[in-house]
Design a protein around this ligand. Structure first.
Ligand code: GMT
Length: 382
């Protein structure tokens, strides 16, 4: 390692690659970049477009676009190779200390290739963060599994966003290298509108606002979410707001079939989620698999208690009956009963909401989590 870079606790030059589209990993990576920049590090995002929620306001944050050429020669356009070339270029030109990749494939794969394009003294350390799909989906696909395993084995450090995901990765990929668990964090921005203004926009009077946000992937089980709310009585007591990262139209027919057109409000691809989070009273999450569920944490930050299926890493985020409520996966009747109970019982709802907010602030705040990444980078660079 280059002597100049042998920094102990000083500012670093960090490259970050994530999926820039709507999704927890992109939110986490962009907010991590902002936090690192505010702590004096130089941050270089490398991707095909700027991350969804990234603020390019800081002089310490740079964005390097990856240009994808659709050569007729290729049946499918290739992203991994131009990404690796850009990573090598940025590492060399900006003397990166660390490349932090969110997702092993293709991001860590590209970083490893980039590193091998560079002379030894210009090679950054490679940190790979697992968010879920690398293990739970691609890790089970024989067409990807060896590539995921290779990316993890050759990374200088691997982190996972939950204990659950660490264990799954060890089992599914038979990976026996170290994996450091660093939970997700969320630092809410100040809402731009008041709770009353948002409730007015949503057409609410006295109703409780039930809340769900996700990218609507099939594993979020929007079918179960709609089935749950269809059971909640009385209907006049609530409305459901869905913040959809993506197109909600495939679910409209099911919504109509359940007679929920007047009960469900959908907002797609919202950037200022804090406006809506502050207006939410109860979160509902029906996923069949979830390595962490950043959306629950986002709700917790606004003292909104969530009812969630007890799957994956969710029990690391909320504790049943204390900072949230669990129901067995798929039990829409139990979830509906739990929601009715919270709708009827404001004192209990507020107590769980306040405990959730306190846990978010003490366990999953930027001040707790970001120094863990900084310590990891410094350990690798020294
Ligand atoms: O949830 C998704 O489908 C998207 C995915 C992502 O890449 O954003 O989410 C994963 O990463 C989030 C951030 O670490 C976690 O909060 C989600 O639980 C995880 N999703 C799954 O494991 C299904």
């Amino acid at each position: 390692m280059d002597a100049k870079r042998n920094l102990t606790g000083g500012p670093l030059r960090i490259g970050i690659t994530c999926y820039p589209s709507v999704g927890g990993s992109g939110v986490l990576a962009s907010r991590l970049g902002e936090e690192l920049a505010s702590r004096g590090h130089e941050v270089h995002f490398i991707s095909y477009e700027p991350p969804f929620q990234m603020q390019l306001k800081s002089a310490q944050i740079f964005f390097h676009p990856v240009v994808i050429n659709d050569y007729g020669l290729f049946k499918y356009p290739d992203y991994t190779l131009p990404l690796s070339v850009k990573m090598a270029e940025v590492s060399r030109d900006h003397k990166l200390d660390v490349l932090h990749l969110h997702y092993a494939v293709p991001h860590a794969t590209a970083a490893l290739l980039a590193r091998s394009m560079l002379p030894a003294e210009q090679r950054p350390r490679v940190v790979t963060t697992l968010h879920g799909t690398d293990t739970t989906l691609l890790g089970r696909d024989p067409g990807y599994r060896p590539a995921v395993h290779h990316a993890l084995t050759r990374s200088d450090a691997v982190t996972a966003v939950s204990e659950f995901l660490r264990r799954e990765t060890q089992q599914v990929l038979n990976f026996d290298g170290p994996i450091e668990v660093i939970h997700n964090f969320f630092k809410p921005q100040t809402p731009l509108r008041s709770r009353e203004e948002v409730r007015r926009e949503l057409g609410l009077r006295e109703e409780m606002l039930l809340f769900h946000s996700s990218n609507l992937r099939p594993l979020k089980r929007i079918d179960l979410l709609l089935e749950t709310v269809a059971r909640i009585r009385p209907r006049e007591s609530w409305k459901l707001l869905i913040l959809a990262g993506g197109d909600f139209s495939p679910y409209r027919s099911e919504m109509r079939r359940l007679g929920l057109e007047d009960q469900v409000i959908v907002r797609e691809n919202v950037r200022q989620i804090e406006d809506y989070l502050q207006a939410a009273d109860i979160g509902l999450f029906t996923s069949e698999s979830e390595s962490f569920c950043l959306s629950i944490l986002e709700a917790m930050c606004f003292a909104c208690p969530s009812i969630a299926s007890e799957v994956g890493g969710i029990p690391e985020v909320i504790q049943d009956q204390v900072t949230g409520l669990f129901v067995p996966f798929g039990d829409t009747e139990r979830m509906a009963m739990a929601a009715e109970d919270l709708v009827r019982n404001p004192a209990r709802r507020e107590a769980i909401g306040r405990a959730a907010q306190l846990r978010a602030q003490t366990e999953f705040s930027a001040n707790v989590i970001v120094p863990r990444y900084e310590a990891l980078y410094h350990r690798l660079c020294n």
